[in-house]
Write a protein that binds this ligand. Sequence first.
Ligand SMILES: *[C@@H]1O[C@H](CO)[C@@H](O)[C@H](O)[C@H]1NC(C)=O
Ligand SMILES: *[C@@H]1O[C@H](CO)[C@@H](O)[C@H](O)[C@H]1NC(C)=O
Ligand SMILES: *[C@@H]1O[C@H](CO)[C@@H](O)[C@H](O)[C@H]1NC(C)=O
Ligand SMILES: *[C@@H]1O[C@H](CO)[C@@H](O)[C@H](O)[C@H]1NC(C)=O
Ligand SMILES: *[C@@H]1O[C@H](CO)[C@@H](O)[C@H](O)[C@H]1NC(C)=O
Ligand SMILES: *[C@@H]1O[C@H](CO)[C@@H](O)[C@H](O)[C@H]1NC(C)=O
Ligand SMILES: *[C@@H]1O[C@H](CO)[C@@H](O)[C@H](O)[C@H]1NC(C)=O
Ligand SMILES: *[C@@H]1O[C@H](CO)[C@@H](O)[C@H](O)[C@H]1NC(C)=O
Ligand SMILES: *[C@@H]1O[C@H](CO)[C@@H](O)[C@H](O)[C@H]1NC(C)=O
Length: 422
Amino acid sequence: MGSLYFFFFFFFLSIELILATDIITPTRVIRDGETLVSSPEVFELGFFSPGNSTKRYLGIWYKKIPETVVWVANRNNPIIDREGVLTIINNGNLVLLNKTKSIIWSSNTSRKVENPVAKLLDSGNLVLKDNFSTGSESYLWQSFDYPSDTLLPGMKLGWDLKTGVERYLTSWKSSDDPSYGDFTYRIDIHVLPQIFIYNGSTKMARTGPWNGFFLGEVPKSPNFIFEPTFVYDKNEIYYRYESVNNPVIMLTKITHSGFFQRLIWKEMGSIWDFVASEPNDLCQYYGKCSANGVCNIDKAPICECLQGFIPESQQNQTSPTRCIRSSPFDCSSGDRFIKLTGLKLPDLVETTLNDTMSLQECESKCLKNCSCKAYANFIVSRGCLMWSGDLIDIRKHVNESSGQDLYIRVPTSKQGSLFCYS
Ligand SMILES: *[C@@H]1O[C@H](CO)[C@@H](O)[C@H](O)[C@H]1NC(C)=O
Ligand SMILES: *[C@@H]1O[C@H](CO)[C@@H](O)[C@H](O)[C@H]1NC(C)=O
Ligand SMILES: *[C@@H]1O[C@H](CO)[C@@H](O)[C@H](O)[C@H]1NC(C)=O
Ligand SMILES: *[C@@H]1O[C@H](CO)[C@@H](O)[C@H](O)[C@H]1NC(C)=O
Ligand SMILES: *[C@@H]1O[C@H](CO)[C@@H](O)[C@H](O)[C@H]1NC(C)=O
Ligand SMILES: *[C@@H]1O[C@H](CO)[C@@H](O)[C@H](O)[C@H]1NC(C)=O
Ligand SMILES: *[C@@H]1O[C@H](CO)[C@@H](O)[C@H](O)[C@H]1NC(C)=O
Ligand SMILES: *[C@@H]1O[C@H](CO)[C@@H](O)[C@H](O)[C@H]1NC(C)=O
Ligand SMILES: *[C@@H]1O[C@H](CO)[C@@H](O)[C@H](O)[C@H]1NC(C)=O
């Protein structure tokens, strides 16, 4: 068994050395029509025209699924003919040139090295490095640091806090046009990390805050398809996943119509299979139920006001702008808190965090401050989140036990009741 393995190992190794098709050097360029192939042959880099477009872009795709492009270099700057060339200039800059040798796209690296080479790794990462150096720390540049619309296994989505660099996904404009579209998929690190889908600068959907174990509603449950990782420390905040069963081809992306999708390639039938596509129900749309409302997909109507609140315009219940206090807010008379369970916590606007306070300390701190409307634990039995503004985008989970608890302030005198609207 072992010797057979080594036989194949050296067999493939020698093929790689002979073809050496996964490397660009200052003297070995890639012209339109030529491609760079990773070894073993999973990814391919070259020029392509998406959909019905005739414009040329430099991209990376799956060798056996050429229509699935996972990265594009010159997204907003297409080449109009088939004369594009990818090469290395100035001892360490990967550049895309057009017919008249104008720089269409550049890796913009400032470091220079003796023997720069660009290599397409089998992860789909295009790296620029010194031929004689090893290890990812020595990369002068890598495409994984500049995601397009696709997050491949092993790529980081999030923040390098030391450099301030954020890696996030930006949708294509359309299936014919890879230029920057309206939708982004990114980690907001205000107060606590949450993943958002934005439409321009408008929040469209969110996971809910990082709670020490998982983001919002998706528990880090074991599955046999992919292994998610979330790193949250003083240097980095990022989400990443790996394919558990390595030969499985999978990706996540933000589509040109604003959906976050997780896809798995089905060899049988040669199709992409959806593992997830979000938003996938009305409650996943950000702020669906106005401020101080709760979205519950199992109820009709799906929206209701929190206890102690009523729709602002009760005459017009079909489209209330927000839920307001059912009685004048009187802080001095001594308030209490109602515990709501199984929720996606409200968005972290006008929210403060103290990650060492206990739940009891949190309650008494919130009670003493009239501007505190609600509080919650950050991690199970530790940490204190306090909301002083409106409570936005709360959702009741389908699976009660996967949600979190929220304590909302109500006057002692009033009995809590729910007001429904559609
Ligand atoms: C390309 O054009 C054809 C005919 O005009 C159309 O049916 C098809 O949907 C287009 N494909 C894309 C990806 O836009
Ligand atoms: C190459 O790019 C430059 C700068 O964008 C442009 O002025 C020039 O017309 C292009 N040449 C060709 C042949 O497309
Ligand atoms: C490289 O730098 C130029 C000039 O600063 C800038 O216009 C261009 O967008 C940069 N390219 C990339 C790929 O970041
Ligand atoms: C890169 O290094 C290998 C050996 O490690 C050598 O065979 C090859 O010629 C080098 N290529 C360049 C462009 O320096
Ligand atoms: C995104 O925003 C634009 C402009 O505000 C709007 O026209 C469009 O309907 C929005 N798309 C989605 C999917 O919400
Ligand atoms: C209720 O709101 C809808 C949508 O904004 C509006 O068309 C309708 O005229 C309103 N009805 C009343 C009675 O205000
Ligand atoms: C968090 O709470 C603890 C205990 O009440 C307190 O000692 C500490 O100063 C608080 N930290 C911040 C940043 O407010
Ligand atoms: C009450 O909460 C508000 C909002 O979080 C904060 O600005 C204010 O300093 C707090 N007041 C006291 C006395 O802690
Ligand atoms: C609900 O969530 C809990 C905890 O995450 C999990 O153990 C349980 O299997 C889930 N139940 C259903 C029906 O999904």
